[in-house]
Design a protein around this ligand. Structure first.
Ligand code: CTP
Length: 418
């Protein structure tokens, strides 16, 4: 919430039907405390009137490069200088072409040429216009100059056709905009995370599982992405949206999760491109020894007895694999420990059984902690035996603080945990 407070945004609106959707973007930015000044092209005002932009933004609309009422006629320079971020939405093919060639014939393009700070472009256009070599080469030129892009997305377009050309959603534009402004200490780093529950099938209609929602792991993934990391997220069945930009690998069972994690570990430790592994998943320790092909009937003698078999333990296996990484970058391995009472004592025992660089402990029986709730109270147990207790925070805040702690650990040399 506080992130957007007092941030100054200049929104450049191009002339396309998606101009209507920028009204929601303005509303959302304002709700979160940002100030929004709208600069529109002449074509944009054919879709949305200056009065509408003015009413929604609560500020005068800027459309005229030669407005005689403006002192000194330097509106384009002032707007370019004062904004924390310039967002172009929709970035039309015409605007992108003008930017790529440094044209400055109207207020929007003159302001963009005078801009030295961060710029985010959210294109929207017909799919053939987007994929045209002229547009694609303009995008390449602009990317090379440091312009960030967000979308366009695939779907049905205003012209009635299907394809890539839709304006990204307001949530996506807001997320990418935030990443344009956040410090990026994890640029070039790669995080591997597990999250959510696993499901162990008993028969075609039943499974064994747990209450994990995936929220804690997804919050850590989001925080790592915001700090500039590349994120691979292996997750079990969850009902929450994936963080924008994560490479997700959805799995169902513990064995699938194990196989997915080991494949990434083997590939990326071999080429030294794995920096941290955070295992938040509530992996089922056991699975039914047999998965029945037919639904189990209550009349069967076997009903009431389920024979179980142990699942592979991902954390244990990674801690055993670390010493085998001779002369290679050793990823930081962080486990989670969900306990119900005597949490620290049990976590110490867990760490000696499955050595890792850090265990994040939460007592899921405590109020405000654990499964399904938005908050968490965690204690960190470092492999150096140091203990850190954090206050009750939202899972988003825990994720951010944990990523900050991992970032600082990554900047110091560390070793296999045994
Ligand atoms: N974990 C794992 N693979 C498993 C079980 C657990 O990778 N098969 C990981 C979890 O993702 C977590 C950590 O191990 O990071 C601790 O999980 P937890 O279930 O609390 O510990 P267990 O070792 O299963 O011990 P217990 O159930 O006895 O508490």
């Amino acid at each position: 919430m506080d992130f957007w407070r007092n941030k100054e945004i200049v929104l450049v609106v191009g002339g396309g039907i998606a101009a209507c959707r920028t009204l929601d973007l303005i509303r959302r930015l304002k709700e979160l405390g940002a100030g929004v000044s709208v600069v529109g092209t002449e074509a944009a005002t054919r879709f949305v009137t200056p009065l509408t932009f003015q009413a929604i933004s609560g500020r005068p609309f800027h459309g005229d490069l030669f407005d005689p009422t403006l002192e000194g006629g330097m509106d384009h320079i002032r707007l370019a200088r004062e904004a924390h971020l310039v967002i172009i939405a929709p970035a039309t093919a015409d605007l992108l072409a003008k930017m790529a060639h440094g044209l400055a014939g109207d207020l929007a393009t003159a302001m963009l040429l005078a801009r030295t700070g961060p710029v985010l472009a959210a294109p929207a256009m017909n799919h053939a216009m987007w994929s045209h070599p002229a547009t694609q080469s303009n995008v390449t030129v602009l990317t090379g100059r440091g312009i960030q892009f967000c979308g366009p997305e695939a779907g049905s377009l205003a012209c009635g056709e299907e394809g890539v050309g839709r304006l990204a959603t307001v949530e996506t534009i807001m997320e990418v905009a935030r990443r344009c402004l956040e410090p990026q200490p994890l640029t070039g780093r790669h995080f591997l995370l597990t999250a959510g529950p696993t499901r162990e099938e008993l028969d075609p209609v039943r499974y064994l599982s747990n209450h994990s929602s995936g929220r804690m792991g997804f919050a850590i993934a989001q925080a790592a992405l915001r700090a500039g990391a590349r994120v691979t997220l292996v997750h079990g069945p969850v009902a929450i949206p994936s963080p924008y930009g994560a490479k997700t690998i959805p799995v169902t069972s513990a064995r699938e999760m194990h196989a997915a994690v080991m494949a990434v570990w083997d590939r990326d430790t071999a080429n030294d491109t794995l920096d941290a592994v955070v295992l938040t998943a509530a992996v089922a320790d056991f699975r039914p020894a047999r998965r029945e092909a037919e639904k189990i009937k209550k009349s069967l003698d076997s009903a009431g007895h389920i024979e179980l078999q142990a699942n592979p333990d991902i954390l244990l296996e990674l801690s055993q694999r670390q010493p085998t990484l001779k002369n290679r970058n050793i990823p930081l391995v962080i486990g989670f420990a969900a306990e119900t009472g005597m949490a620290l004592e049990r976590a110490r025992e867990k760490m000696s059984r499955k050595p890792c660089h850090m265990l994040v402990i939460n007592d899921v029986s405590e109020e405000g902690s654990g499964f399904g709730v938005a908050t968490n109270r965690v204690t960190l147990l470092h492999h150096t035996h140091e203990v850190e207790t954090w206050p009750l925070m939202t899972k988003e805040e825990v994720g951010k603080r944990l990523v900050a702690s991992i970032t600082s650990s990554l900047s110091h040399p560390f070793h296999p945990v045994h």
